[in-house]
Design a protein around this ligand. Structure first.
Ligand code: TRP
Length: 451
């Protein structure tokens, strides 16, 4: 019954393609750009541990839930939520959860696109040989000169948005699958190469110690919130992105299995990025707390010194740009799918409007690194605020509601049939009903300082 729409909808051509596309969504700037710098800002090991616990106990169960909801509803998140609520005799207001996700997506893509633009700019810098023989001082200057230029940031942000909307306008299948299939493994190989470099030339003992030996005195309510928020961000959870990918998933594929594969792949990439970066941070006298510029200030040093560095730098930033690209597509897809379904707009029209709005909002992030860098709300710049609001608050709230819906509202017969995992169902059901929603709730409560 719930699959009534299946026949009218495009579907992934195979399980592998789904895994690739969903991994393409999950692996992005979150793993390679954000994970290292927030780990640096939040003291290292203990933060990493909390993050890993969140992935296992909150992230994976919610990913399973989101894919399941998507496959049961087979529409854009807003309509999926409406259909599923109806099927379970729940309030139609659950559809606002879909709305919430669409809005979250706009906000996330607005700054995601700006940072993705940085990686594109760094391709050009690599091609021009700007990194050969650079010191930590040089890379810091290169980075700060760059972000101080609103014009350059705007150009690259615009370029990235255009490219994203162009691909989204052409539909899900075309391109994404093929691109991901070859690019992701290459990115992995490059990361391993960087890790090898970090081990031979960096202070890997300090780097590894920083990442993996937990010092719990560095943990605060805020850092737990950030770790949890990042678990959502990095797995693309809490706003319907994975839900919509799930809506294209053929029946009969094990949702639990693919979720675990995706989560492991995502975590491995993030950890590799951390292992590659921190030895360089310490060996070059950089600060782990350098913030959003961290990878842009560390990796060029490595590229500048290794043999064939210019080549590897180009390949690396190209791949990072692609990884950002396969993620950004999924961030805006729920909004576009909804405009197409409910407004009857053409995909191209939906993309133009959604893209323009996102682009405009992104200008706030562009300016927060130059003109507006001293304008702070609660000691956060516009970019910090967007990031904190979406990753640490909106995604966890969305995820919590998804968990509540899947665990408490939806009829168990539907989820049992969708998941089809025998006894393991009880484990998932326990995690989604009790552990995930309460954990998120408590962390959010602590963060607002109520508890
Ligand atoms: N997970 C991606 C990354 O780590 C970003 C992303 C894609 C995302 N889709 C999302 C984040 C949906 C939140 C919600 O870079």
């Amino acid at each position: 019954m719930t699959n009534a729409q299946a026949s009218t909808q495009e579907q992934w051509s195979s399980r592998l393609m789904f895994i690739l596309a969903a991994t393409g969504s999950a692996v992005g700037l979150g793993n390679i750009w954000k994970f290292p710098y927030i780990t640096g800002e939040n003291g290292g090991g203990a933060f990493v541990l909390v993050y890993l616990i969140c992935i296992a106990t909150i992230g994976i169960p919610i990913m399973i839930a989101e894919i399941m909801l998507g496959r049961s509803g087979r529409q854009s998140p807003i309509n999926t939520m409406r259909i599923l609520a109806k099927a379970s005799n729940a309030r139609p207001s659950w559809r606002y959860l879909g709305w919430f996700g669409v809005i979250t997506g706009f906000l996330i893509l607005s700054y995601y696109s700006v940072i993705a633009g940085w990686t594109l700019a760094y391709i050009v810098k690599a091609v021009s040989g700007d990194f050969s023989g650079v010191s930590a001082n040089d890379t810091q200057t290169i980075f700060s000169d760059f972000v101080n230029s609103p014009l350059q940031l705007t150009l690259w942000h615009s370029f990235f948005m255009l490219a994203t909307m162009w691909i989204v306008a052409r539909g899900v299948h075309n391109g994404i699958e093929k691109a991901v299939r070859y690019l992701m493994p290459t990115l992995l190989i490059l990361l391993i190469l960087l890790v090898a470099y970090a081990f031979s030339s960096g202070d890997y003992i300090r780097g590894l110690k920083f990442l993996f030996s937990p010092d719990f005195s560095k943990i605060s309510a805020e850092s737990i919130l950030i770790a949890m928020g990042h678990a959502f961000f990095t797995l693309s959870l809490g706003m319907g992105a994975i839900m919509i990918y799930g809506s294209y998933l053929p029946n009969g594929i094990s949702i639990a299995k693919v979720s675990i594969i995706i989560a492991i792949a995502d975590t491995v990439v993030a950890l590799l990025a951390g292992i590659a970066i921190f030895p360089l941070v310490f060996a070059n006298g950089l600060e782990p707390t350098s913030g959003p510029g961290l990878i842009f200030q560390t990796l060029p040093i490595a590229f500048g010194q290794m043999n064939g560095g210019t080549f590897f730098a180009i390949v690396f930033f190209v791949l990072l740009g692609f990884a950002a690209f396969t993620s950004s597509i999924s961030i805006i897809e729920p909004a576009v799918a909804w405009l197409v379904e409910n407004r009857g707009w053409k995909r191209s029209k939906a993309c133009i409007y959604a893209g323009l709005l996102t682009w405009l909002l992104g200008m706030g992030t562009v300016f927060s690194f130059n003109y507006w860098k001293d304008i702070k709300f609660y000691s956060m710049t516009f970019f910090d605020l967007m990031d904190a609001l979406t990753a640490n608050i909106m995604l966890p709230i969305g995820g919590m509601l998804i968990a509540i819906f899947s665990g408490w509202v939806m009829h168990e017969t539907i989820s049992r049939e969708q998941l089809n995992i025998g006894k393991m169902y009880h484990l998932w059901h326990f995690l989604i009903k009790f552990v995930a929603p309460f954990a998120v709730f408590i962390v959010l409560l602590h963060a607002v300082g109520i508890a």
